[in-house]
Design a protein around this ligand. Structure first.
Ligand code: ATP
Length: 359
């Protein structure tokens, strides 16, 4: 399977600039996810790769094959050899499962016997071989989506392109579908570009994620890098839950870095070397905040503050509290049950804090 490279791909619809000189490289065999809010240009990127949109500028290559080059080269979608699955199942209602999957092979004029063998093979792959003669209306949503996937794989594609393929499935089924697809993708090793606006989906399935915002790349990294080392506040906030606290850096005489927050008596100690100056924003994940018992925090704990619980939600495996921290709110995630209105002694460990510039 080839690498996929996009170089300075730009696309506008009228005055609306949807992709700003996008650069990305998907490695051979990788499951690469485009993640971002609605309208950020994920589908436009995927469609440009598939050849369903022509970018205004830029280059797209599959390995050393140029499929798009500034309009001089624009290989037709059916010659790019991409398997594409969209959000809507887009299986033909009047064709059986077998005939849906056989269709692309028929178009390619493959021999009947080879066709039948390949259909059987991909239906086994998606675990639908026992439903070969059924029609789409006799299948569940998840099964229809697997038919669409089998059809995309029927003629082995160089690239598999998936645009929110699970969004019509309910939460439980979706979770199973993710695991199943990830295992299948690993097994067949097809280079895959996956579009979603669901951070959990992106984190759980991807080798690497590209976070997009308004047609620009915010960050490309592994799920761990994106979550633990976000490039900016947008990424930190879009992927997972994060507390964003605006404050002002104060130079520490002892070489440590500190940030003063309105309403807090003592400035917070933040990681040294954070390059602090003037207005800053701090981020801290709710699960990194340590909750101490009412008897208090150990003497060596830093950034210990008492906060008042304003609301609480029991979420089965943890409680989520929203508490007042000075003049702002702090989301805390913990197993400890605490009443609404009571006080919590919390610690914001410096290594859980990341420092960014002002908004
Ligand atoms: N054919 C089109 N004509 C005009 N504008 C379009 C067209 N397709 C997309 N757009 C606009 O381009 C922008 C990006 O759309 P795109 O579908 O790529 O976003 P997305 O990130 O996939 O969003 P979603 O998650 O909602 O599908 C949006 O502002 C959208 O309205």
């Amino acid at each position: 399977m080839p690498d996929l490279t996009l170089t300075k791909v730009a696309k506008s619809f009228g005055a609306n600039v949807v992709l700003h000189d996008l650069d990305l490289r998907v490695r051979d065999g990788e499951l690469f996810t485009l993640l971002g809010p609605s309208g950020c240009g994920k589908s436009t990127t995927l469609w440009s790769i598939a050849g369903l949109h022509s970018p205004d500028r830029g280059t797209i290559t599959f390995g050393d094959r140029v499929v798009f080059d500034g309009g001089r080269i624009d290989v037709a979608p059916e010659r790019r050899n991409c398997g594409v699955v969209f959000q809507s199942y887009a299986v033909w209602p009047h064709l059986s499962v077998h005939d849906n999957v056989a269709y692309p092979l028929k178009l390619r004029k493959e021999k009947r016997s080879a066709r039948a063998a390949r259909v059987r093979e991909v239906l086994e792959l998606v675990e639908l071989d026992h439903l070969e003669q059924r029609y789409p209306h006799e299948l569940s949503g998840g099964q229809q989506q697997r038919v669409a996937l089998a059809r995309a794989l029927a003629h082995p594609p160089d690239l598999l392109l998936l645009d929110e393929p699970f969004s019509n499935l309910d939460a439980k089924l979706r979770e199973r579908a993710r695991e199943w697809l990830r295992a299948l993708q690993r097994r067949i090793g097809v280079t895959t570009v996956f579009v979603t606006h669901d951070q959990h989906e992106a984190l759980s399935m991807s080798d690497r994620i590209m976070v997009m915002d308004q047609g620009r790349v915010r960050q490309i990294g592994t799920p761990e890098e994106i979550y633990q080392e976000p490039a900016d506040v947008f990424v930190a906030d879009f992927v997972g839950t994060v507390n964003v606290l605006a404050g002002r850096a104060v130079p520490g005489a002892d070489g440590t870095a500190r940030v003063r927050l309105d309403g807090l008596v003592r400035p917070l100690v933040v990681p040294a070397g954070a390059g602090l100056d003037g207005d800053v924003r701090l981020t801290v994940r709710p699960e990194r905040i340590v909750v101490h018992p009412p008897s208090g925090a150990p003497a060596d704990a830093v950034n210990v503050v008492t906060v008042k619980v304003r609301s609480r939600a029991f979420l089965g495996d943890h409680y989520r509290y929203v508490a007042d921290l000075g003049e702002r709110e702090l989301v805390v995630r913990t197993l400890a049950p605490v009443d609404h209105g009571s006080e919590l002694i919390v610690e914001l460990p410096p290594d859980a804090i990341r420092v960014f510039g002002p908004a």
